[in-house]
Write a protein that binds this ligand. Sequence first.
Ligand code: LLP
Length: 420
Amino acid sequence: MDHFQLRDGVMHAEDIPLPRIAQDIGTPVYVYSRATLVRHARVFREALGGVNNPHIAFAVKSNPNLAVLKVLSREGYGADVVSGGELTRALAADMKPEDIVFSGVGKNAAELLQGLDADIGQFNLESEEEGRELAEIAAHAGKVARCALRVNPDVDARTHAKISTGKAENKFGVPIDRAAEIYSALAALPGLEMRGIAVHIGSQLSTLEPLETAFGKVGALIAELRAAGQSVTHADLGGGLGVPYKAGEVLPSPAEYGAMVARVTADWDCALSFEPGRVIAGNAGILLTRVIRVKRSSNASPFVVVDAAMNDLARPAMYGAWHDIEAVEPTGGKGTSHIVGPICETGDTFAMNREMDTLEAGDLAIFRTAGAYGATMASSYNSRGFVAEVLVDGDKYAVVADRLPPADIMGAERVPDWLE
Ligand code: LLP
């Protein structure tokens, strides 16, 4: 459930009518609902009721806005970060260092040191090479890095190929059949405290089966490691739970996910961590846009040109992703439209032949389920600015990211004097 609903014919975010935000802030603009974020955070935690003291680290990559992180840190969430920049954000949002997990295949030396200096809770190592480098940096700094080894279980998550991470051919983790050997080698190094196993097989998962298969393999690995005399006290089960992008779509619920996890991990005797992103933030945000004009050049569906583009919301162009599109003040008229942005490539298409609310020039519309992997994937392509972000809380709202105008972006560029 989210808090973007029609009231008296006008789409609201909680108690704020969206036309007010469009008028005050302009469009395009991302609008997040605090109540929805909080609700999702609590629903996910409750779903893990069958797990002893779960550690939940919000996947910052899904929505790194500082205000969003602050809402989640106040809900007791930690952070799953994948760069020094995300680590800086998590700390700035008062997430506790011990609640921060650092994932990612390409953490560089400076980032590893940054994590050590911040005394983060856990590094999820993605390779033996990374483990050896971290061990050296830690020993040199007189520190001990708490680590989990991320395994690649070679399981097909049955999601979009670009967001599938647990197949043998994907770049993530170490092959699970070599994991025991690599874990033992890393555990012998000074500077590392190997304490667990991590796994994440992909995002927007629409069925629990692949997760259950992957977790089963992790359980067997933990038993194997312990039999070999290794200590395993932690397991990080990643994120990946999908969300409905189309009205009426049904996906596994957090409760079903939690029940499966509790069942599969019942005898693990491990502290469990989770890294949800989309399931927390996805439906807690929309992208508000205004129709620039409607092109009716033939008998086919009209092109509804909106002021949001692929640089603001990349998912449709990048993954062919579907986002529901609705009028902010629906007239009741329905028709078939192509919804496109102003950018000069055909990839800048949000929907073709979409049966939806009719829209005319000047109308406002929303893209739903844009709270995760929305603003964070924005660019300034076509020298468009960076999109603004707003957080609503009941009957108040605040701009939580200024629109970055094209001139400011150009302002960071320099023409060398030998070109003057
Ligand atoms: N943990 C790790 C190690 C991850 O790589 C990810 C996502 C997550 C957790 C969070 O997964 P979630 O719960 O959000 O599914 N840009 C793509 C999604 C990329 C996901 C990358 N990794 C999209 O727009 O669909």
